[in-house]
Write a protein that binds this ligand. Structure first.
Ligand SMILES: C[S@@+](CC[C@H](N)C(=O)[O-])C[C@H]1O[C@@H](n2cnc3c(N)ncnc32)[C@H](O)[C@@H]1O
Length: 467
């Protein structure tokens, strides 16, 4: 007979038994696990800088406790990203710590109080894209190719990890068990400093993980002695929601990992900087993006994938070109004519060159077209994920720098197009700033004539959709 799950209210009391101050309970839940808007409510008034509540470190579920699954996972599946665990990268969307954390969660008894108050799989399935079928990803993610490709990567990786790692360590588990554990880990794990060392570990923090994300947050959390303590960052009244921050994340990261997005105006840091825009600084042949006040952003993947894709076009298949070509507007000659008339670039020769690509040059044309498509996809993803296009009136505009001359020149083209568009159609907003930027980029390399000539109209057509 299956073990009876505890009623959520009993389970919550069990968890609270370890929380301080208790009794009476410092916090309560606003609704049952099935409530998608559930949040943690304060039962006390708490003054700014005071402790709202704390939980003992021993309540944490980590990759190494209650059982050291990390060691077992590492044995079967050496983690190539081990030295860089906190730095997400396209091939490091799931690391060994996450898998070990899933295994620890799966190993908890069904009646464990923590399990009893977790949301159901059906709630996860409705909001987490990793649970969505491939055919609905494109429409639901609005064609954001990089995000779709990441979700597909996660889905495929979960399958592989289950077959090659999880089922070996936990033979009685099923793939749905693992997927459920992944949903919990993806949307509810936090980085905390280990009790015995100074390194940060990924952990599930019962009760703390009932806090929703907000900017500005109501509480901060940190390890203090053998407890995780939530400190009020403002005065909290009885009945107020206790929220924390999940970090400076772009909307696409929030959607990918937590299953929600925030309105553009809410996804900002206390200093007013936007998590949906990033600055990119120059380094040797790499683009580094940092969301102001936060870690490397999701947008890093968008553009770095575009950059690597353009180098390996035809081989890597990192970003599926077909999806882009599927778009009706792309091949719609009427649209092209309309746009030609609407946005006169004043350089007919180049436009003609566009049409004059001879038969023998078909492969070159295809190659250039693919490269441009990939980069446009990249841009398209960036643009559609962020609430407004780069180079809008927001000073934290998108800056792309690279040492690859073709990439530089492509982006010069993009910048020029945006600039021209802004000046001619939308009025000059950040015109001077962008002009200086374009000039500085130009001084870094030769023009990539072929691409410029070939993609002029196509580029304009694509970009025009975003303004
Ligand atoms: C760490 S849990 C927070 C507690 C959760 N609401 C619960 O009832 O168990 C993270 C999940 O809460 C929801 N969530 C957190 N912050 C949110 C927000 N600002 N807007 C909408 N949903 C949010 C999302 O479903 C997310 O996956």
């Amino acid at each position: 007979m299956p073990k009876k799950r505890k009623a959520p209210s009993d389970a919550f009391s069990d968890l609270l038994a370890h929380a301080e101050p208790s009794p009476p309970a410092a916090v309560s839940l606003s609704g049952p696990p099935s409530d998608p808007n559930r949040c943690l409510i304060s039962n006390y008034s708490v003054a700014k800088n005071e402790t709202a509540f704390s939980i003992p470190f021993r309540n944490l579920i980590t990759p190494e406790s209650p059982h050291n699954f990390l060691e077992e996972v590492d044995k079967i599946y050496p983690d190539k990203n081990k030295n860089n665990k906190t730095q997400p990268s396209p091939d490091n969307l799931i690391n060994n710590t996450d898998v070990a954390l899933c295994l620890n969660l799966m190993a908890l008894p069904v009646a464990h109080p923590y399990k009893s108050i977790l949301p159901s799989q059906s709630l996860f399935s409705s909001c987490l894209p990793v649970c969505w079928e491939s055919k609905v990803l494109a429409p639901l993610l609005k064609g954001s190719a990089v995000l779709i490709s990441e979700i597909e990567t996660i889905k495929a990786t979960l399958r592989t990890l289950f077959d090659c790692v999880v089922s070996k360590i936990s033979p009685s588990s099923s793939f749905p068990d693992f997927l459920n554990a992944w949903c919990v880990v993806s949307s509810r794990s936090f980085s905390v400093q280990d009790v015995s060392s100074s390194i940060s570990i990924s952990a599930l923090l019962p009760l703390v993980d009932m806090c929703n994300h907000s900017r500005p947050r109501v509480c901060s959390y940190k390890k203090s002695g053998d407890r995780v303590v939530l400190t009020a960052l403002k005065d909290i009244k009885v009945g107020d929601e206790i929220s924390i921050t999940y970090g400076a994340k772009s909307s696409s990261e929030l959607l990918r990992d937590y299953g929600f997005v925030l309105p553009p105006t809410s996804n900002t840091e206390p200093d007013g900087s936007s998590n949906d825009r990033v600055k990119i600084k120059i380094r040797d042949n790499i683009v580094t993006f940092r969301a102001p006040g936060g870690g490397p952003s999701y947008s890093y993947f968008c553009l770095s994938e575009g950059v690597s894709a353009v180098k390996d076009v035809g081989e890597s298949g990192v970003i599926p070109v077909e999806e882009f070509e599927e778009e009706e507007e792309w091949n719609d000659d009427d649209d092209e004519e309309d746009l030609q008339g609407q946005f006169d670039f004043g350089d007919e020769d180049e436009d003609e060159e566009d049409e004059d690509v001879g038969e023998g040059e078909g492969d070159v044309e295809e190659e250039i077209f693919s490269r441009v498509s990939l980069l446009l996809l990249t841009l398209k993803t960036s643009l559609s994920l962020y609430s407004s296009p780069p180079f809008s009136s927001n000073p934290s505009c998108l800056i792309v720098l690279s040492n690859d001359v073709r990439i530089i020149n492509f982006y010069i083209k993009v910048c020029e197009t945006i600039l021209e568009f802004n000046e001619t159609v939308k009025g000059e907003k950040d015109g001077e700033k962008i002009r200086k930027y374009v000039e500085s980029l130009k001084s870094r390399g030769d023009e990539w004539e072929a691409v410029q000539a070939f993609c002029k109209l196509k580029l304009l057509m694509s970009l025009s959709k975003y303004f």
